[in-house]
Design a protein around this ligand. Structure first.
Ligand SMILES: Cc1cc2nc3c(=O)[nH]c(=O)nc-3n(C[C@H](O)[C@H](O)[C@H](O)COP(=O)(O)O)c2cc1C
Length: 193
């Protein structure tokens, strides 16, 4: 059976929830799926395909998710790979573009604020993901900040406009995407394993 490894970087759990839902759908669709935190994956050799996602903070993926791709880029490049970002909070004053979801999450392709996006572009150029989907995220202001940068942003007077509270994860869109992945992997024209 085709085995998919779903790997996530998550600071507050929203991305973990998305990864778990993707794993559930893949299993329902008849595939074998393991879901693991990016810094907990020890061996990628048994996986036939990968889905890798991260929460986005200040325009960048979390370090553990970037490190996972960097460390395993040869394996990821040789098998089907899908990426997702869990980011934008609707109504955030940080939203950058209505028609470019990647810009909305990771910022512009060039110029100031493009570092996080360039890093993903660089890793994508080596690993050739089939798709990079951006899903709306979640922000709970009662969940304590877990990084100094996050503490600082939350202290800014404009933070209420930057970080609208709520769980905006679009489960329908997430499940539909996971079903698309399953359909691709079940295709007789797809050589996996
Ligand atoms: C301090 C802070 C900075 C954020 N920066 C971004 C950002 O640059 N782009 C974006 O799309 N989302 C941003 N977000 C929203 C998070 O990516 C979103 O809440 C995500 O779902 C969190 O995932 P996690 O709970 O798995 O860590 C930010 C959230 C916080 C708290």
């Amino acid at each position: 059976m085709t085995k998919v490894l779903v790997v996530y970087g998550s600071r507050h759990g929203a991305t973990r929830g998305i990864a778990e839902r993707i794993g559930d759908v893949l299993r329902t669709e008849g595939l074998d799926a393991d879901v693991a935190a990016a810094d907990q994956v020890r061996d990628v050799r048994t996986a036939d395909a990968f889905v890798v996602g991260s929460g986005v903070y200040m325009g960048s993926w979390l370090k553990e998710a970037i490190d996972f791709i960097t460390k395993n880029q040869a394996s990821l490049a040789s098998r089907p790979l899908w990426l997702f970002s869990s980011g934008p909070l609707p109504g955030s004053s940080a939203s950058k573009s209505a028609d470019d979801p990647l810009a909305d999450a990771l910022g512009p392709e060039e110029g100031p604020g493009s570092g996080g996006r360039k890093k993903i572009a660089e890793l994508s150029a080596v690993t050739h993901p089939r798709d990079h989907r951006v899903f709306l995220g979640a922000f709970d202001p009662n969940d304590a900040p877990r990084a100094m940068s996050e503490r600082l942003v939350r202290m800014m007077p404009a933070s209420k406009d930057l970080l609208p509270p709520g769980d905006f994860r679009d489960w329908e869109a997430i499940e539909a995407w996971a079903r698309e992945i399953a359909t691709t992997l079940r295709s007789p024209f797809e050589v996996v394993g």
